[in-house]
Design a protein around this ligand. Structure first.
Ligand SMILES: [Zn+2]
Length: 240
């Protein structure tokens, strides 16, 4: 293989699966090449030169050969030990939620450095300072980065800037008492949403667990699912 097919990148390992007896396919979210699937040869042998560097949540610097379908990992070194810091069950499940969302949003070989930086940032936050709103805030920020941030300042239907009491995913934001549809939205949850999406993330992350953080969590999960389903339908139509 010629050296022109060699490239360097940094990546987070999103997931891995077995290939044959000794190899593994690693699905990577790279900084410069979007989502990349690559073969790590011999990774399941005990003396593998990659060791545990290619496990989900690993943050690695890589040398890869570009293949036609799958790339090949030639070298892998650790950038920072994120995976061990996320080793408690609670943090690991939060980390897996991050990887899953990133895996669903990232496109193969489509550079998305913002997504890569957001994923690294949220994994570090989970490792450093756990908070009930880390994952929901990440979801909301992912949606905002895709241009799908919700309207939170005035009623999304009539434009009234009085009190907002409901949230409708299909409408894309909060609603006043006259227009209410979707689900009820408490003043506390609205304040947290405004903090997350209004540049006051630390304030939101400091909030203790409460019915309002629960509301924001449920809404965030539904909003991300809503977006992914719509995108899947759009892709299906496009491919028909
Ligand atoms: Zn209204």
């Amino acid at each position: 293989m010629s050296t022109s097919h060699l490239y360097r990148d940094t990546a987070v390992v999103l997931r891995t699966y077995k290939l044959g007896e000794a190899d593994r396919i690693v699905v990577l979210l790279t900084a410069e090449n979007g989502k990349v699937r690559a073969v790590a040869k011999g990774v399941r042998k005990t003396m593998s030169r990659f060791g545990a560097r290619l496990e989900p949540m690993s943050h690695v610097r890589l040398l890869l050969y570009r293949g036609r379908e799958l790339d090949i990992v030639s070298q892998a070194e650790s950038v920072e030990p994120l995976a061990p810091m996320l080793a408690t069950l609670d943090r690991a499940s939060q980390g897996m939620a991050v990887l899953e969302a990133a895996d669903q949003l990232a496109l193969e070989r489509e550079p998305n450095e913002q997504l890569y930086r957001m994923v690294i940032g949220v994994l570090r936050t989970i490792a450093d300072r756990p908070s009930p709103l880390v994952i929901p805030a990440f979801y909301w920020k992912l949606l905002a980065a895709e241009g799908l941030g919700p309207e939170l300042d005035r009623c999304v239907r009539c434009g009234e800037d009085g009190s907002l009491v409901a949230f409708d995913l299909a409408e894309g934001g909060a609603l006043c008492g006259n227009c209410r549809s979707g689900v009820a939205l408490s003043a506390g949850a609205l304040a947290l949403l405004r903090a997350i999406l209004g540049g006051r993330l630390n304030e939101a992350l400091a909030a203790p667990e409460s019915p309002a953080t629960h509301e924001v969590t449920v809404l965030a999960t539904k909003a991300l699912e809503h977006h992914l389903e719509r995108r899947l339908r759009a892709v299906a139509m496009f491919e028909r």
